[in-house]
Ligand binder design. Structure first.
Ligand code: NAD
Length: 233
């Protein structure tokens, strides 16, 4: 593993208890960062889709770590697979609320502290589904397209503040999120990857941690692809 310099840095990783988030937490810690995990399964539980929960977590983390240099908006759910015209409205709202509103609420709570400090790195975990639009995954795809636009808007707003905002668009990685998807959908995603395999969580963590580091200094509002050749833009 290449180590980046996170000495003296603090980070928040949402959904950091397992899967991609856990790989990001491990890499950040191995590179010297102090990390707070905000996860609905953690103790205390943090629900990114709930504004009060996010506000409380921000206050608690600032009290414990003193500052937040890095925010990785990784918490997310797949939602069920169904054709758009049959997609349950409540499921659409649940997926949008966690994946898109959750990232918005965390940015909204944390970014002002970064701006005040004159330094920050926000990395949002979108998905290649947000660029391509996967069939039978309308809520997930639309939520991740929203995360891409959130990244672009906030990146431009904060461009002169020392706070950089970028996102990554991974192809499918074999994590517990697969339990929420149909086997047909998983095989569809794999069939679309020219490299012919799933991306590993460590490969995603490597890109995310570079974007979270001071080495990333002239990219903001940008979308970094990690889809094994699937996306052509
Ligand atoms: N695995 C993939 O194929 C893939 C591909 C592209 C993007 N992504 C994205 O990467 C991120 C992580 O996915 P993963 O595969 O590691 O999933 P995962 O299901 O293994 O982990 C998700 C984590 O988020 C937490 N979480 C869920 N809802 C939450 C909420 N409301 N508040 C706080 N925490 C919450 C869960 O408890 C869990 O620890 C997600 O945003 C996902 O959409 C995943």
């Amino acid at each position: 593993m290449n180590r980046l310099d996170f000495a003296g840095r603090t980070a928040v990783v949402t959904g950091g208890l397992q899967g991609i988030g856990d790989a990001i937490v491990r890499r950040l810690k191995d590179s010297g960062a102090r990390v707070a995990i905000w996860d609905v399964g953690g103790s205390p539980s943090v629900d990114v889709s709930d504004a009060a929960s996010v506000e409380a977590a921000t206050k608690r983390t600032l009290a414990e770590l003193g500052k937040i240099d890095v925010l990785v908006n990784n918490a997310g759910i797949a939602g069920k697979n169904a054709p758009t015209v049959e997609y349950p409205v409540e499921e659409w709202e649940r997926v949008l609320r966690v994946n898109l509103t959750g990232a918005f609420l965390c940015c909204r709570a944390v970014a002002p502290n970064m701006v005040k400090a004159g330094y920050g790195r926000i990395v949002n975990i979108a998905s290649v589904a947000g660029k391509e639009g996967n069939p039978n995954a309308v809520a997930y795809s639309a939520s991740k397209a929203g995360v891409i636009s959130l990244t672009k808007s906030l990146g431009k707003e904060l461009a002169n503040s020392g706070v950089l905002v970028n996102c990554v668009t991974p192809a499918a990685a074999k994590t517990a999120i697969f339990d929420q998807m149909s086997e047909t959908h998983i095989q569809y995603m794999l069939s679309k990857i020219p490299m012919g395999r799933f991306v590993s969580v460590d490969e995603i963590a490597a890109l995310v941690c570079w974007l979270a580091s001071a080495d990333c200094s002239f990219s903001t509002g940008a979308v970094f692809d990690i889809s094994g050749g699937r996306a052509t833009y």
